[in-house]
Ligand binder design. Sequence first.
Ligand code: HXC
Length: 256
Amino acid sequence: MAFETILVERHERVGLIRLNRPKVLNALNSDLIGELNVVLDAFEADADIGCIVITGSDKAFAAGADITEMHALTYPESYDNDFITSWERLSRVRKPVIAAVAGFALGGGCELAMMCDFILAADTAKFGQPEIKLGVMPGAGGTQRLTRFVGKSKAMEMCLSGRLMGAAEAERAGLVSRVVPAADLVSEALAVAKTIADMSPTVAMQTKESVNRSYETTLAEGIRFERRVFQAMFALEHQKEGMRAFMEKRPPNFRR
Ligand code: HXC
């Protein structure tokens, strides 16, 4: 598949998507979101893909929604076409998705990264929700996901002032899983993605669904959901293989 705004690679069982509008720091326009969604659909349907990585360039993961495309939008157009809803395909992917962020992840770029299951950051990463400087507020989850990840005080300061947060602060605040040297970002992301892709795909998806459930429900209901899914895992051949392999002192083979 050939695309205009993204580059797509396969590394064994890992699908790598590079956002690729270098002249505009990967500003997210409707073409890019459309192409991203096509590839997400394809990877989701492909049994040979066990994990997905989304990254940008050294300078920018994405500097936000494309302001030149968005600036003349009217309210009826925005409402009637349900502007931004198409971006949410990423948050509905069932397979694990990692954001590998170097440089700017601003506005919709930060929101896109937060739709992934975790964010691996280069030491050059800068996160922010600067929409307020453009006379709008975040519209793809920034006021909601950022608040859950870093807490009200920091999210409120970032959304109200537009202040950017560097990689070290993002790690301290819990926005990113860890920080790696910029030169190693993609290889580190591919390595952890390969580790995940070698697990049981069923169990990886169920684990993702269970962790995500903690954001949607009470603790008691979340624990109940986890328990039922855990119990059902004893119906999986992969549970038998994983535990048998441990006892036989050999690596498990979840590819059968
Ligand atoms: C369109 C953009 C862009 C964007 C950068 N560019 N961000 N074009 N939309 N979001 C373009 C610039 O116009 C410029 O084009 C080129 O990319 C390089 O950017 P520079 O500004 O020259 O680079 P630099 O000086 O390094 O500054 C980098 C920057 C700055 C700090 C990231 O570009 C910036 O502030 N960008 C806007 C960030 C932002 O406000 N994001 C939120 C968007 S609103 P030319 O042609 O001049 O070379 C949003 C809403 C989300 O995301 C709501 C739901 C999705």
